[in-house]
Write a protein that binds this ligand. Structure first.
Ligand code: OOG
Ligand code: NI
Length: 268
């Protein structure tokens, strides 16, 4: 377990931008617009398989050890996912969203492939300091990737990329020069970045106290046996939070919007 939140997030960021060069460019683009010298993260997200070795709680343990607390639970029926979000008592720390795929609801064939992958993994690695930016712990063939892709894009993404931040999220509330998500989106599109339009460019809004948009994932090289192929890697998200009637900023997630954000790793 990491003993320091900043070190953990900086390792996760380095791993993330290696396969998500657009995020690095957008980060610099936003910094250039800003008067300050930092971009505040609203949250990061992780994906995992709901199996003994890899269940959500194993990933969450790394954050609980750093003082994070479980705050919300979500169910994505069609995508066969459960998710939880975690917050730190120090609200300047990013929130964490972790989902897990209910493997036992997939076809026999997909389950067999996933068991074969996770079977290659040493059960102790999930407790290691670097687990949350350690990537994949198995070999996978292109044929198995394609079979998973046919049934669950989430399963295929996770089988190819393993354990790492799937996206970082810019807190639009903390930007000093660009005040609305619409303006952020305009800036990104003018710079040539492609946004996820599933469910509309902006998901949610003031009515649900959270508005979100995201880029479509970059593509990066993955090894499938002897072959190397470029497939969707990670994306960058932008979140604007609104006050609730009690005057506090909403801190949760919105399942209907999240459902569409997941699709940012679909092949364009
Ligand atoms: C997580 C998608 C959900 C959000 O902010 O609603 C999410 C994922 O793609 O793994 O991050
Ligand atoms: Ni997100």
């Amino acid at each position: 377990m990491h003993s320091n939140i900043d070190t953990l997030f900086s390792h996760m960021w380095d791993d993330y931008v290696t396969i998500t060069p657009s995020a690095h460019k957008i980060h610099k683009l936003l910094l250039g617009e800003e008067s300050g010298d930092e971009i505040v993260n609203d949250h990061v997200a992780f994906r995992t398989f709901k199996l003994d070795k890899t269940r959500l709680d194993k990933l969450a343990a790394h954050f609980l050890a750093l003082g994070y607390e479980e705050k919300g639970q979500y169910d994505f029926e069609a995508k066969k996912l459960d998710a939880k979000h975690f917050e730190h008592p120090d609200d300047t720390q990013p929130k964490v969203f972790i989902s897990e795929l209910r493997v036992d609801e997939l076809s026999e064939q997909a389950q067999e492939i996933i068991h074969k992958l996770v079977g290659q993994m040493n059960p102790e690695v999930v407790e290691e300091d670097n687990f949350l930016y350690s990537g994949r712990h198995w070999d996978i063939t292109k044929a198995d990737y394609d079979t998973l892709l046919n049934e669950s894009e989430y399963a295929a993404w996770l089988a190819a990329w393993g354990f790492r931040a799937n996206h970082f999220t810019v807190s639009v509330n903390h930007l000093t020069q660009t005040h609305s998500l619409t303006d952020v989106n305009t800036l990104l599109k003018e710079a040539g970045f492609v946004l996820n339009t599933s469910g509309g460019e902006i998901k949610g809004g003031p009515d649900v106290h959270l508005a979100q948009s995201s880029t479509m994932a970059d593509r990066a090289d993955v090894a499938f046996g002897e072959e190397t192929l470029a497939i969707p890697s990670c994306f960058y998200e932008f979140a604007q939070r609104y006050e609730m009637p009690n005057g506090k900023l909403y801190q949760g997630f919105v399942a209907a919007s999240a459902d569409k954000i997941f699709e940012s790793t679909n092949a364009k």
